[in-house]
Write a protein that binds this ligand. Structure first.
Ligand code: HEM
Length: 360
């Protein structure tokens, strides 16, 4: 599991570093200078960010390769579009790596190259970045998390704004052409947003993107490591935390954490509750989001009944049938650490629930 988190985390930090360096590079070219910083310090920062990106890329690729969940293969890390896992979208990551590799190698050999050649190859950085962004959106398990998607579109917005700044300060080409260019660049974040809404944010993207059916059926890394089957129904451990915050006349109780075993992933329960004068808390309504470890499926639903220590849930994923589930919680809520069990696909007989609502 650590490898998987490292792979995804390093990918996101890498994108942040590449974006920051690209923005810095374009801004410097456009004549921007940060306050009292000497020129060599800005250039050293540009170089060090590039080195950091190389280290992060190495971590990203090695952790992806060592993680048994995503069947990529070492060749696919160097040769674009040959991976059995999401060939196009992963291939764009590989293409970006190759382009960056060309820039790094020619920068090291700069003294032996004609400046014109070095500059032409250095321009490949501009190409490697959008290719990496498309890879991130199309391959990433976390694209459907609001903050991850917001971050990725934010990177596009930031680069677009910097390019507009650069074009606005340029004297060539003609003003009319520059105006058109700025409009086109300003439209890119919207285009990315529209494409993502029709593609990676849709349920079923994992299959369309070319995840092997074994990876889809396995239910994610937990199952791939043989810890438990992701066949529905399953019972898995839940580990997380529960917080409470005032909301209107009542309070909102948020229970969030990891599902260990079964299909793995993250579970979030949000309860709107009222506190009675005698101090007891009654739950008025609740919503649930369950995101199995293989992130193409998101189950959303409601809390249908609450008994002490247990929430009976009803979930559904886009286009799929309803799935009964139950979350039991041991100990008091709120608490920094809570644990319990998630019954997914069936509610235990003791609760008189439904059985085996298979949705796979
Ligand atoms: C400059 C190049 C690259 C950048 C900026 C980059 C960045 C990213 C980002 C931001 C993600 C999304 C992580 C998430 O959703 O949590 C990702 C996912 C991924 N990347 Fe890359 N990547 C690059 C190159 C590569 C290469 C060369 C490979 C080939 C081994 C690769 C394999 C993957 C895989 C398999 C995933 C999906 C992981 C998952 O969420 O399950 N990436 N990458």
């Amino acid at each position: 599991m650590t490898l998987w988190y490292l792979a995804r985390g390093s990918g996101l930090v890498l994108l942040a570093v590449l974006t920051a360096n690209l923005v810095l590079g374009i801004a410097i070219q456009g004549g921007w200078h940060p306050g009292t910083w000497p020129r060599f310090a800005v250039q050293a920062m540009h170089r060090n960010l590039a080195l950091l990106a190389v280290v992060l890329l190495a971590i990203h690729v090695v952790t992806i390769e060592l993680d048994p969940f995503v069947p990529v293969g070492w060749w696919a890390a160097l040769v674009p579009f040959v991976s059995p896992y999401r060939p196009l979208w992963l291939g764009l990551g590989t293409l970006s790596l190759d382009l960056m590799g060309a820039v790094v190698v020619t920068s090291l050999l700069r003294a032996h190259l004609r400046p014109r050649w070095w500059r032409v190859i250095h321009w490949l950085t501009y190409l490697s970045w959008p290719v990496a962004v498309l890879h991130s959106l199309g391959t990433g398990t976390d694209t459907r998390l609001t903050w991850v998607f917001g971050f990725e579109v934010g990177c596009v917005g930031l680069v677009a704004a910097t390019v507009i700044f650069r074009v606005a300060r340029a004297t060539r080409p003609r003003a009319g052409v520059r105006g058109l260019l700025m409009v086109a660049v300003a439209a890119t974040p919207m285009a990315v947003l529209a494409w993502s809404t029709a593609g990676p944010l849709q349920s079923g993207w994992a299959r369309r993107a070319g995840s092997p059916t074994t990876a889809l059926a396995s239910g994610g890394p937990a199952a791939a490591r043989g810890q438990a089957s992701a066949q529905v129904p399953f019972t898995a451990r839940f580990l997380g935390s529960a917080t409470s915050s005032p909301s209107g006349q009542g309070e909102t109780i948020t229970i969030s954490g990891r599902v260990q075993g079964g299909a793995g992933g993250q579970l979030l329960v949000s309860l709107a509750a009222s506190r009675l004068p005698d101090g007891t808390v009654t739950v008025d309504r609740g919503t649930v989001t369950y995101r199995p470890a293989l992130g193409s499926q998101v189950y959303k639903g409601a809390v249908v009944s609450v008994v002490p220590g247990s929430l009976v849930l009803r979930l559904a994923r886009g286009g799929g049938g309803a799935v009964p589930a139950e979350l039991t919680i041991q100990g008091p809520v709120p608490a920094t650490s809570v644990s319990g069990l998630l019954y997914f696909g069936a509610v235990p007989a003791s609760q008189g629930g439904e059985d085996g609502g298979q949705d796979s």
